[in-house]
Design a protein around this ligand. Structure first.
Ligand SMILES: [Zn+2]
Length: 401
């Protein structure tokens, strides 16, 4: 059979499948003949330069999975790599916030990393790759976070090339972690990876014992991370949330996500006045707990003044080295007895918890899908990254046709 007739067969099957979708409980699996011979991938070949290249889709091994990519979020990490190549990965297929549909599976693959069954047609996301120790399971991985393992979209190029989500297809190898998330819609699935960062941060915050039902919580920085933080807190019964940012548009968004008080730091001339602004927004009280969600050293210095004596702080804004911040250890930490925790990325268990968070956020009416402000096809990936660099919008995603 030549490629054309193969494609026609796939189209006919898809049309029939779509017709069947309306009729109650029929589960539709991807047609077996739908896999083409080649796949497109966006290869970062130089600074600020993606080229769309075509690679053969290899025969898959007994422990491998071929996934047809539906979409992938653009992360701040992608933007760093695109602009400066700090990880020295060029040439590389980026994209680690991706999701898609299983189109082919090796015969040894039966279940996902949480024990759920896997079959062709299931929607999946990948998490960490334990290339040195594929026997590690999610249940003894509590302390190891993403920084200690590989992940698709941030690994060096190999002879098959299909190892990042900014592509048509991705080849999931033995030793990878993969989750069946067929119960979530595409937008929710694109938001899993950034949301896992907040699930982890809130779990870190809970270790202080301060975060309680309806605590007063301040969120400093209303980019995607701060906004998702508000959503996570809302799903766990925290409703007294003050958002701090320098842009009115982002504060308006914080309101949609469920924040109840708003402070634009540009309206205050110094740290003391700004702290008073936060206090006023809580009706005369300082915060019990603060999440610092910006990469700004000044923001880190300021956030201590928003917190009451005995309160807590989770610093999660410094994903990369953002320089030194000045604090006064006596006044900011000791005298107030601040409980400080740092948070970075997530571990496997946080990842699985995130699926439940996204379901719950939807159930209580938090408009998570609005976080994805821009969608580009793969062919416009350079435009997508430029939009990210200009700090326009919130979450930018590549969505394949
Ligand atoms: Zn990311």
């Amino acid at each position: 059979m030549d490629i054309r007739s193969e494609q026609i067969e796939a189209i006919v099957k898809e049309v029939i499948a779509n017709m069947n979708k309306g009729s109650a409980s029929t589960t539709v699996k991807a047609p077996a003949g739908a896999v083409p011979k080649t796949a497109k991938a966006a290869v970062l070949t130089g600074l600020e330069k993606f080229e769309i290249k075509e690679f053969p889709i290899p025969e898959i091994g007994d422990d491998e999975i071929l996934v047809k990519v539906e979409g992938c979020g653009v992360c701040g990490t992608d933007a760093h790599e695109y602009k400066r190549d700090p990880f020295g990965l060029i040439p590389v297929v980026l994209g680690h916030e991706g999701t898609g549909e299983i189109v082919k599976m090796g015969k040894n693959v039966k279940r996902d990393s949480a024990g759920k069954s896997l079959s062709v047609g299931d929607k999946v996301v990948t998490c960490l790759v334990f290339k040195d120790d594929p026997e590690i399971t999610m249940f003894d991985m509590n302390k190891v976070n993403v920084g200690a393992a590989d992940c698709y979209g941030l690994t060096p190029d190999d002879d098959k090339h299909l190892n990042g989500w900014f592509a048509d297809y991705i080849l999931v190898k033995k030793g990878s972690t993969i989750f069946n998330v067929s119960h979530l819609d595409l937008d929710s699935r694109i938001l899993i990876e950034p949301s896992a960062v907040l699930i982890h941060a809130v779990e870190r915050a809970k270790t202080t014992g301060i975060l309680k039902f309806n605590s007063r919580v301040v969120i400093q920085g209303c980019g995607p991370i701060g906004l998702i933080c508000i959503a996570v807190l809302r799903t766990m019964g925290v409703e007294n949330i003050v958002a701090v940012d320098g842009e009115q548009k982002r504060l308006d968004f914080a309101k949609e996500m469920g924040a109840t008080g708003f402070v634009n730091f540009k309206n205050y001339k110094d740290r003391t006045e700004l702290a008073n602004g936060v206090k006023e927004a809580f009706g005369g009280y300082l915060a019990d707990f603060a999440f610092q969600c910006t990469g700004s050293a000044v923001a880190h210095s300021n956030v201590y003044s928003f917190i009451r004596a005995g309160g807590g702080l989770c610093e999660l804004g410094f994903f990369v080295n953002g320089g030194d911040a000045t604090i006064n250890p006596h006044f900011d930490l000791c005298q107030k007895e601040i409980n400080l925790v740092g948070s970075w990325t997530y571990n496997l268990r946080d990842y699985a918890t995130t699926f439940d968070f996204l379901k719950r956020a939807k159930a209580i009416g938090i408009p998570m899908e609005k976080l994805i402000t821009h969608k580009y096809p793969l062919s416009q990936i350079n435009e997508a990254l430029q939009t990210n660099l200009k700090m326009e919008g919130l979450k930018i995603a590549i969505v394949n046709e």
